[in-house]
Write a protein that binds this ligand. Structure first.
Ligand SMILES: CC(=O)SCCNC(=O)CCNC(=O)[C@H](O)C(C)(C)COP(=O)(O)OP(=O)(O)OC[C@H]1O[C@@H](n2cnc3c(N)ncnc32)[C@H](O)[C@@H]1OP(=O)(O)O
Length: 413
């Protein structure tokens, strides 16, 4: 360990943003990184919760948090620290710099009364030690649109799809997104400014594909959905072999969903539709004639940490009536340690400290994984990560923490 520097984070001054951001870019492989992205990140940065660790004049550690609000099962939108831009210079790795930044971010979130923290992990192995569990998953797919057909829902023909400029339609698209937020756990109620992330379109990221394109879906003059995508034409021995890459899609109803997918399937000269980061229960899987030819692949996506176990669990509803005492281990945030009694049903929940005997024992990481309903306590118990101490309590708790809609973290941050 070096002796000349400390791992103590300090709050980032706005004038240091460029150096700080360069450090992030270098740690994430060195770019290319566009000025467009830098300016958007600068405008979204909450400087009072953005950290730098220094070694002399050099910034060797970066991290920050956004003041998000995230939907939880039942529809409440809960203050959440969106942890972001975590990097440590390769010259200073494995000396505890990350650990000290995580300490500070979680202490700050706790002091602010944010019951949750969430992040996208560059590697799944990093954040478990800090109490984060894999809470949302995403579906990626490469759909052979030359072979796969769609069975469309009633009303699809009443929906009109038309091209718009992505920027011109931003307000209408954002209204569609906002209407969907309460209905799916994990979705983020976006602060003004965040909608611009959906327009980021640096040429360096296109890999030969088109600029971002956008269509909106309309019924009776109302915009009911949108899709943003790119196209890339390719030619093989037997002719055209183009790819459509879906960047974002939102639909308020089944007919709109059908109309947008029909459009994406039907673009001439394109034979593959690549989708990534989609909800695991999204409707398109039930529209297609041959799911196997869509090559669906599941991936871990959002990691959730209960910063305050009692407040977090009381903020969601329970899928079935429950009355269970959890024994929670939390070495990194010891204020969560001990026994918590969760009671509740579909209308609401309460979670209080108790001296009653423990019935299910687990660490805060497992609670984070199960919290949005995307991972069951039963499956974690099968891996030995959750223990049942009262017969029946595990199934009861596992079902109660479920969600009728799969959780999904809608975009990067
Ligand atoms: C939310 C986000 O922004 S995710 C992005 C994360 N950033 C990146 O992936 C960029 C490239 N990587 C890095 O910058 C760094 O390697 C980091 C941030 C991942 C780790 O930073 P470090 O300062 O080296 O971590 P630190 O020394 O605090 O390590 C703490 C513990 O985590 C472990 N650890 C750190 N990184 C990793 C990893 N990538 N995989 C597995 N374990 C890890 C360490 O071994 C250490 O374990 P120990 O306490 O048992 O010894």
């Amino acid at each position: 360990m070096g002796t000349e520097h400390t791992t103590e984070p300090t709050v980032l001054a706005p004038e240091d943003f460029d150096r700080w951001w360069d450090g992030v870019v270098r740690a994430f492989g060195g770019g290319p990184a566009s000025s467009e992205e830098r300016e958007l990140d600068r405008s979204l940065t909450e400087f009072d919760r953005t950290l730098a660790v220094r070694d002399g004049d050099e910034i060797v550690g970066t991290a920050g948090a956004f003041s998000f609000r995230m939907t939880v099962p039942g529809g409440a939108v809960v203050p959440t620290a969106g942890v972001t831009m975590v990097s440590v210079a390769a010259t200073h790795r494995r000396r505890g710099v990350l650990t000290s930044m995580m300490r500070r971010l979680l202490d700050d979130a706790h002091a602010k009364g944010e019951p949750l923290a969430a992040l996208h992990a560059s590697e799944p192995a990093i954040y478990g030690r800090f109490g984060y569990g894999a809470a949302t998953f995403q579906l990626n797919a490469e759909i052979d649109t030359a072979r796969v057909t769609l069975a469309l829902p009633d009303g699809t023909d009443e929906v009109r799809v038309r091209y718009v400029s992505p920027a011109d339609a931003l307000k209408e698209c954002e209204a569609v997104y906002a209407a969907l937020v309460p209905g799916r756990p994990g979705m983020l109620a976006r602060q003004p400014g965040w909608e611009r992330q959906g327009l980021l379109d640096p040429e360096s990221d296109r890999e030969g594909a088109s600029a971002l394109q956008c269509v909106v879906a309309e019924r009776a003059g109302e915009i009911t959905g949108y899709a943003r995508f790119r196209t890339k034409l390719g030619w093989g021995p037997s002719g055209h072999d183009g790819t459509v890459t879906l960047e974002d899609l939102a639909a308020l109803d089944p007919a709109t969903e059908g109309a947008l997918w029909r459009f994406l399937f039907g673009i001439d000269l394109m034979s593959t539709l690549t989708v990534h980061g989609r909800p695991v229960d999204e409707a398109w899987q039930h529209l297609v004639s041959d799911i196997r030819r869509c090559r669906p692949r599941l991936r871990d996506a959002g990691y959730v940490r209960l910063v305050d176990v009692g407040t977090a669990l009381a903020a969601r509803t329970c899928l079935a009536p429950v009355d269970v005492v959890f024994e929670v281990a939390d070495a990194f945030c010891p204020w969560n340690e001990g026994r918590w009694r969760l009671t509740g049903d579909a209308k609401g929940a309460s979670c209080e400290r108790t001296s009653s005997p423990a019935e299910v024992s687990l660490s805060v990481r497992e609670l984070g994984a199960a919290y949005l309903g995307g991972t069951t306590l039963l499956s974690l118990a099968a891996a030995g990560r959750v223990r049942e101490l009262r017969p029946g309590a595990l199934v009861e708790a596992s079902v109660a923490l479920g969600s009728p809609v799969a959780p999904w973290l809608p975009h990067g941050f």
